[in-house]
Design a binder for this molecule. Structure first.
Ligand code: SAM
Ligand code: SF4
Length: 347
């Protein structure tokens, strides 16, 4: 993708002096899998097409955000590759002046089909979510997914230059946490960035319970029992902390939403597929962009709302301490918004 660098940036800062330069766009709440911790088996009644933002609306928002200092965009969902003609959106966003990094989080099911055209359209990298490398278990966790298809998707992504591939894995006690060491070892023979993510109390709360999540410290200890981990600097900002096994090509990252607050390094805003800006993953505050966009708001008004979302970005969340006490997750009082499935928030 060409570098759309805008010189002389004035970074956008929130009330806690964090530079906000990253926008995560959820483009759909639909998904072709039903991961047990994310969605109920019957799915979630999807938003109608008119309820979700059009590609033109999304590209307009990205353009305005880039004018304010946003440099990185990640497309997510739901499953972003299930949205029709997604390559068109990638191409449109890649052309926005100021956007220097465009990536996607996907379950990889459709990656084999789309990798080449996504790369051609300007996508830089993909994160692929795989919670087990054992086919039967993968099928169980995703309620029907075929691991072989996803692995072919990763090969296609690498062939297309969407590298290095990041693998997102959510360890769940008693279900797949015995694979942590094997998955860490994959970095010895691949250049993958394997990231272990603490299970968060969102979405399928029927599934979540405090005894199911495995802490980053626990995962680290298990990996360090097979070989020492040396810290590596992969990038300056963001929630992951990266390490390498001696001699490995790839790296291992930890994302601890619950046990170690990553909030002090948070550099992002989220936009849900139905056009709500979320200052924090666990926010109850949402700022509606869809109504003003469709009501004829000019760019200055949309910019004002983007700045407002940054102004009200909370310093941190309390899901970790609440979860331990068995309370509802969320930054605010009831935690109702955090109980939305990740497929709706945009994970
Ligand atoms: N469908 C795509 C995928 O699975 O990569 C993109 C959307 S999915 C909501 C994004 C990420 O959120 C996935 O890596 C998934 O594992 C993660 N996720 C969903 N629910 C989660 C939860 N309760 N705790 C931790 N991670 C979660
Ligand atoms: Fe779909 Fe991703 Fe949620 Fe799994 S984690 S159900 S692939 S949105």
């Amino acid at each position: 993708m060409k570098k759309n660098r805008i010189e002389k940036d004035d970074p956008l800062r929130d009330g806690y002096s964090r530079v906000i330069d990253y926008l995560r766009l959820s483009v759909t709440d639909r998904c072709n899998l039903r991961c047990i911790y994310c969605m109920p088996v019957e799915g979630v009644a999807p938003w109608r097409h008119v309820e979700i933002l059009s590609y033109e609306e999304l590209t307009r928002i990205v353009g305005i955000a880039a004018g304010l200092g946003v440099r990185k965009v990640r497309i997510t969902g739901g499953e972003p590759l299930t949205r029709k003609n997604i390559t068109f959106l990638v191409e449109s966003i890649a052309k926005v002046a100021g956007i220097e990094d465009l990536s996607m989080t996907t379950n990889g099911v459709l990656l084999e089909r789309y990798a080449q055209e996504l790369a051609g359209a300007g996508l830089r990298r993909v994160n692929v979510s795989i919670d087990s490398f054992r086919p039967e278990r993968y099928r169980e966790i995703t309620r029907g997914g075929d691991l072989a298809v996803v692995l072919r998707g990763i090969s296609a992504a690498e062939k297309a230059g969407l590298k290095p591939v990041k693998i997102n894995m959510v360890p769940i006690r008693g279900l797949n946490d015995d694979e942590v060491e094997d998955i860490a070892r994959l970095t010895l023979e691949t250049d993958w960035q394997v990231r272990f993510i603490e299970l968060m109390p969102t979405g399928s709360l029927d599934f979540w319970s405090p005894d199911k999540y495995v802490t980053t410290d626990d995962i680290r200890k298990r990996i360090e029992a097979i070989a020492p981990l040396e810290p590596v600097k992969v990038r300056s900002k963001g929630p992951s902390r990266y390490f390498r096994l001696a001699g490995a090509q790839g790296v291992i990252g930890f994302i601890s939403a619950l046990t170690h607050h990553f909030c002090s390094d948070c550099n992002r805003l989220r936009l849900t597929a139905d056009g709500k800006l979320r200052p924090c993953l666990f926010s109850e505050t949402e700022i509606d962009l869809r109504s003003p966009l469709r009501g004829g708001a000019d760019d200055a008004e949309i910019a004002r709302l983007l700045k407002l979302a940054i102004e009200v970005k909370p310093e941190g969340h309390t899901i970790g301490s609440r979860a331990e006490k068995g309370e509802a997750p969320g930054c605010g009082t009831s935690g109702a918004a955090a109980r939305k499935p990740m497929s709706r928030i945009g994970g």
